[in-house]
Design a protein around this ligand. Structure first.
Ligand SMILES: [Zn+2]
Length: 343
C-alpha cells in the first residue's frame, strides 16, 4: 500500500471519528447536569452497540430489567392491606447518622446523634385497673360511627373509661375516631374488620384473617393492636351455623384463645339492639335492672349510626350505675370475663 493511500485512509478514519464524537461533546452540556453521565452513556452505547463490556466493569447502559414473577407495586386503595411496604418506606427515609466534618476533641467526645425513631403516637398513660367493689364495664360495639364523638364527650365529662369493640374503617373520619378513642384512654377491642357473619364465620382461617386485618389497621393507626375480642353476634350466635356449620364457634373460639386473644360476651344488655331505635327510657331501665345485683357488669351497648338513643341514655345509665356503687373500668385480657361459650 502506498504511503499516500495510507495517509488518506488515516485522515478519513480520523474525520469519521470527529463526526461521531464531536456532536456528543457539543450536545452533552445542553442536558441537565445530573443527567450528563447518563447522556454520554446512552450515546456511547448507541455508537458501540455490540461492544463487549470490559471485564470488571458493567455495561454503560443497564439492560432492561428482566420480568419478575411479582407484579409491580400498585397504589393501595385499602389501607388495611399489606402494611409492610409502608413500614419499609418509613425505615428507608430514616436519616443516616451524620458524620461530623471535624473530629471531636478526644477529651470531649461528642455523643453520637441517635436517630431514634419517634413513636407515632404517645401511648396514653395506662389507667390502673379497678379491682375492688362493684365494677361496670361499658362496652360499645360496631363503631366508629356518627355517634362516637358524642359518646366520647359524655365519657370525658364523666371521667369514665370504656371499651370499644370496633370494626374496620379506613376513611379519614374512622381513622380520626380510632385515634381519639385511644388517645382519651379507652380500650379498642377487635370486633372483626368486616362484621359480615357469612364471611367471618365461614371457617377458622376466614375468621382469623378478618381479625388480623383489623389488628393491622389499628396497629398502624394507634400503634398497638387489640388483645381483646368480641365475636359479632356474641360467642353463642346461631348465624354462624349458616356459613360455618355446626361447631364452628367452638373451633373459632378455641383458635382465638390459642392465639392469645381474650374474648368477652356480656352479662348486661342495654337492649339498644332490640329494635332499630330503642326508646331511651327502655335502655336506661333495662341496663339498671340487669346490673342491679351484679358485682361485675359487662354492659353491651352499640356505637352505630342509628343508635342515637344509646347516646341519650348514656348519662342516665352512668348516674344509675354510680348510684348503685359501681366504679367503671376498661376490659383487659386478664380482667373479669363473661362468656356464653367456653370451648
Ligand atoms: Zn357487632
Amino acid at each position: 500500500m502506498k504511503k499516500s493511500t495510507l495517509t488518506v485512509l488515516t485522515a478519513c478514519a480520523f474525520t469519521a471519528m470527529l463526526v461521531l464524537v464531536v456532536p456528543v461533546i457539543v450536545q452533552a452540556p445542553q442536558t441537565a447536569a445530573p443527567d450528563t453521565m447518563d447522556y454520554f452513556s446512552s450515546r456511547l452505547n448507541h455508537l458501540l452497540p455490540e461492544a463487549p463490556a470490559p471485564s470488571g466493569t458493567s455495561r454503560l447502559m443497564a439492560p432492561a430489567a428482566p420480568p419478575t414473577s411479582e407484579p409491580p407495586s400498585t397504589p393501595r386503595t385499602d389501607a388495611a392491606q399489606s402494611p409492610q411496604p409502608e413500614a419499609a418506606a418509613t425505615e428507608s427515609v430514616t436519616p443516616v447518622e451524620p458524620v461530623p466534618s471535624a473530629p471531636a476533641p478526644v477529651e470531649e467526645p461528642v455523643p453520637p446523634v441517635v436517630s431514634a425513631p419517634t413513636p407515632a403516637k404517645p401511648a396514653p398513660a395506662p389507667t390502673p385497673a379497678v379491682t375492688a367493689g362493684k365494677i361496670a364495664y361499658l362496652t360499645f360495639d360496631d363503631g366508629p360511627s356518627a355517634n362516637t364523638d358524642a359518646i366520647l364527650n359524655i365519657l370525658k365529662e364523666q371521667r369514665i373509661k370504656a371499651t370499644f369493640f370496633v370494626n374496620g374503617r379506613t376513611d379519614d373520619e374512622g381513622i380520626r375516631l380510632y385515634k381519639r378513642i385511644h388517645k382519651e384512654g379507652h380500650t379498642l377491642g377487635n370486633h372483626t374488620f368486616s362484621h359480615k357473619y357469612n364471611k367471618v364465620y365461614a371457617s377458622v382461617p376466614a375468621f382469623t384473617r378478618d381479625v388480623r386485618k383489623l389488628d393491622e389497621l389499628l396497629q398502624r393507626t394507634v400503634g398497638e393492636s387489640p388483645r381483646i375480642l368480641r365475636f359479632p353476634g356474641g360467642s353463642n350466635n346461631t348465624v354462624s351455623l349458616r356459613s360455618g356449620g355446626s361447631g364452628i364457634m367452638n373451633k373459632i373460639a378455641k383458635e382465638m384463645l390459642e392465639e392469645g386473644y381474650a374474648y368477652f360476651d356480656w352479662n348486661v344488655s342495654s337492649t339498644d339492639a332490640a329494635r332499630a331505635v330503642q326508646p331511651t327510657s327502655d335502655i336506661v331501665s333495662a341496663t339498671i335492672a340487669s346490673a342491679r345485683h351484679k358485682k361485675r357488669a359487662i354492659i353491651l351497648m352499640h356505637d352505630a349510626d342509628p343508635k342515637t338513643t344509646t347516646v341519650k341514655a348514656l348519662p342516665e345509665v352512668i348516674r344509675g350505675l354510680q348510684a348503685m356503687g359501681f366504679k367503671f373500668d376498661v376490659l383487659r385480657p386478664d380482667s373479669y370475663t363473661f362468656r356464653f361459650l367456653n370451648p
